[in-house]
Design a protein around this ligand. Structure first.
Ligand code: ASP
Length: 348
């Protein structure tokens, strides 16, 4: 059994989080391949390291940003009490002349992986040695062949978010470390791809609404693709694609609540009863996704009844087994989602 574990920026925000990650990885002997993002925000109003690196590249005279980037890593390394020559690394990063934007911006993941490899006593494998772009796509065949030559038995750490195109570093889109994890799962034939974040999976509603959360337990890749209007930062929308034809499952777990709920996403999922996955309301569209939504005893009828009961005017725009869409004008997201969610899911 092999597990690829990817840790997002919120799971790597400071030295303490690195230690939590270390415990998680060491707590399961199958967790042999670790992918990391760059450190994320520590508090409201803080900056992600990737954003700081972007700002630095765009304005290299901005010494404050340079200082902030350095300090983030110095604090982490000091907090972990490890011996890493950050000075040498900083020189390479901040001597920007002749370096591409993608190179500079990718250094957050690069340094994070170096630090993580050190505390785990795993081998650092640079993403540029395994993820090669062919145009805008990753060369999967090449990746599979390169993976065969990498011994991961004692554990490896790979920086997320970038690969190599020709001689240059090339970034994925923002949030792209999720894709790195997925490609590595494919290349190394992992059975499980654990994607660690700061929430217990994919919530059925936008978590920013501050309503009691329920998490989706199981989804197929298709169901995931079909979700609408939810918190996009939990998992990159295309992250399942590299493994969509494999039997690898994605688990979305909370680094800070490892025994809490989680969402599992896999290729095939049998569902017998009408089931709701998500409820959202944006741009006057109320959207419910799920399975068997149009069955006789299904949810279309229920949604209509709830709207009628509240004297809310609506028009059915789409009624498919996996998605119901209603045009309902001029309500707030909170009101509409709460109404549906409480009645359809929480049964209140
Ligand atoms: N650090 C990059 C970002 O902030 C990539 C990632 O987190 O996946 O978008």
């Amino acid at each position: 059994m092999l597990k690829v574990c990817k840790f997002g920026g919120t799971s790597l925000k400071d030295a303490n989080s690195f230690l939590i990650v270390k415990n998680i990885v060491k707590g399961d002997m199958f967790r042999k391949i670790v992918v990391v993002s760059a450190p994320g925000k520590r508090f409201k109003g803080d900056y992600k390291v990737t954003d700081l690196l972007l700002s630095y590249y765009n304005d290299q005279q901005n010494l404050r940003v340079k200082r902030q980037i350095k300090q983030r890593f110095i604090d982490i390394v000091n907090g972990l009490n490890i011996d890493i020559d950050l000075k040498k690394e900083f020189e390479k990063i901040f001597d920007v002349k002749g370096k591409s934007k993608d190179y500079v911006v990718s250094r957050g993941e690069y340094l994070t992986a170096k630090i993580m490899a050190k505390i785990l006593n795993f081998k650092f494998i640079d993403a540029e040695n395994i993820l090669h772009f062919k145009g805008d796509k990753i060369n999967v065949k090449k990746g599979i062949n390169l993976a065969k030559k990498i011994d991961y038995n004692c554990g490896i750490v790979v920086p997320g978010f970038y690969g190599k195109k020709g001689k240059n570093i090339k970034l994925f889109c923002r949030g792209g470390s999720d894709l790195t994890g997925s490609y590595l799962s494919r290349f190394f034939k992992a059975e499980i791809y654990e994607n660690f974040t700061d929430i217990c999976g994919i919530s059925m509603i936008n978590p920013n609404l501050k309503l009691p959360l329920k998490f989706i337990k199981n989804l197929s890749f298709n169901d995931f693709k079909n979700l609408k209007g939810l918190n996009p930062s939990v998992l990159q929308k295309s992250a399942y694609k590299p493994i969509k034809r494999t039997n690898c499952s994605i688990f979305i777990k909370n680094t800070f609540n490892i025994n809490g709920n989680f969402t599992r996403i896999k290729r095939k999922l049998k569902i017998k009863k009408p089931t709701i996955f998500s409820i959202s309301y944006n741009n006057n569209l109320l959207i419910v996704t799920g399975r068997k939504l149009t069955k006789k005893d299904g949810l279309l009828k229920k949604v209509k009844a709830i709207l009628k009961d509240k004297n809310i005017k609506f028009k059915v725009v789409k009624k498919r087994a996996n998605v119901l869409m209603f045009l309902v004008k001029n309500y707030s997201e909170l009101y509409m989602v709460k109404l549906m969610y409480f009645k359809l899911v929480l049964n209140r």
